[in-house]
Write a protein that binds this ligand. Structure first.
Ligand code: GDP
Ligand code: MG
Ligand code: ZN
Length: 370
């Protein structure tokens, strides 16, 4: 039997723990396959962190495309004549941070990060807070199955927008809130305290929020390009690609994401319900159970808006995301119907052919029917 738990292997520095080892044994018992983690996805290929080192493998033909952070089983011993080492399957994900593929009329899901324990929702102190954006990010973070942690960056610039912290705490929907500065090192120990061996954290937030600087400060060297790179600055530096897993010295793993504009939600009803639990609760006390919260008599939402206990902006933000998810489902259903329609046409054609066929040769009454 192969030993999948050698301590201090490259695999462990990418977050391999007894939990993953057990999952691997359950999913691929006595298969001779090896566990590995997807450190990066490229077009049609992935960079895998395996016990023997990093390796690139093709993903064409796999029934499920791996995402960064996925745990996979791969066949290390497949002979070159058969195409060499290959991914055999994916371990079930315990979390997936996803969004709707941008500019995609077919409404496909894009998984930005798999198997994260924490989604660091990054908001900087050097600019006014965008509450809508924070809410949207929190919805996606809660929905991923990982735990959101709000990280307020650039604490050294705190004086500029003092109101930001209070607003964020109010809107964090139960998530913990930390304050850090990559400049002074404030709060980094507290943040590091969340990053126990085997934990994975992806950072999510607008461009310029300080995500890359935070990662560099935690790792202790320049692994991510931060800020504007002046001519000559980038020379000889080994920076990892954004969205590549970055191992911390202790077996925790970090992941940066590029600042994503207009993060479109994917099936995030659960996350929406978490971030706006108060609104969904409020809506249950409307007089009519099918209240659309417009001009109905006895509408608890309209009453709360009128007396100021529900902020208009927050209600609008909730409604916008709710509509977005509803229209996503409409398109998903329409696509499913088209698929069913095509399948039906195929079946009808096959049935017609079978009838034709039977017309010529009756199947033997005692023979196998299929
Ligand atoms: N004063 C201050 N500036 C920071 C801090 N962290 C990042 N910055 C600056 O903010 C800018 C954007 O940082 P960067 O890490 O590239 O942000 P990213 O786009 O989220 O990765 C850069 O010019 C950084 O030098 C901080 O803690 N304090
Ligand atoms: Mg960056
Ligand atoms: Zn109502």
């Amino acid at each position: 039997m192969t030993d999948t738990s050698t301590p201090h292997s490259l695999l462990h520095s990418y977050g391999y723990t007894e939990r993953i080892a057990a999952l691997f044994r359950d999913e691929f018992p006595d298969s001779g396959l090896r566990p590995a983690r997807v450190a990066r996805t490229d077009r049609g290929r992935v960079l895998l962190a395996a016990d023997g080192g990093l390796l690139h493998l093709a993903t064409a033909g796999l029934p499920q495309q791996p995402a960064t952070g996925d745990w996979v089983a791969y066949d290390a011993g497949r002979p070159a004549s058969a195409g060499g080492p290959a991914i055999a399957g994916l371990l079930p994900r315990f979390s997936a941070l996803s969004r709707k593929q941008a500019h995609d009329p077919l409404s496909a899901e894009q998984i930005l990060a798999a198997n994260m324990d924490i989604i660091g929702v990054v908001a900087p102190f050097d600019r006014p807070l965008s509450p809508n954006r924070l809410e949207r990010t929190l919805v996606a973070a809660w929905d991923s199955g990982a735990v959101p942690l709000v990280i307020l960056t650039k604490a050294d610039l705190r004086g500029k927008h003092d109101e930001v912290a209070a607003q964020i705490v109010e809107q964090a929907a139960g998530a913990e809130v930390l304050t850090t500065s990559a400049e002074t090192g404030d709060g980094l120990d507290t943040l590091a305290g969340y990053l126990a061996p085997g934990r994975s954290m992806a950072l999510l937030g607008p461009s310029g929020a300080g995500k890359s600087s935070l990662i560099n400060a935690l790792v202790g060297r320049e692994v991510q390009d931060a800020g504007a790179v002046r001519a000559g600055d980038g020379k000889g530096r080994h920076t990892t690609t954004v969205r590549e897993l970055i191992p911390l010295h202790n077996g925790a793993v970090l992941m940066d994401t590029p600042g994503i504009r207009g993060f479109a939600l994917w099936d995030a009803e659960d996350g929406l319900g978490t971030v706006f639990a108060d609104i969904e609760e409020l809506a249950t006390s409307c007089r009519f159970s099918d209240c659309v919260h417009d001009a109905e008599p006895g509408c608890a939402v309209q009453r709360a808006l009128a007396d100021g206990s529900l902020e208009r902006r927050r209600w609008d933000s909730y409604r916008k995301m709710e509509r977005e998810l509803a229209s996503l489902h409409l398109r998903q259903n329409a696509a499913a119907q088209r698929r069913t329609g095509r399948q039906f046409a195929k079946l009808a054609k096959a049935a017609a052919q079978a009838k034709d066929y039977r017309g010529h040769r009756e199947p033997r009454a005692d023979g196998p029917r299929r």
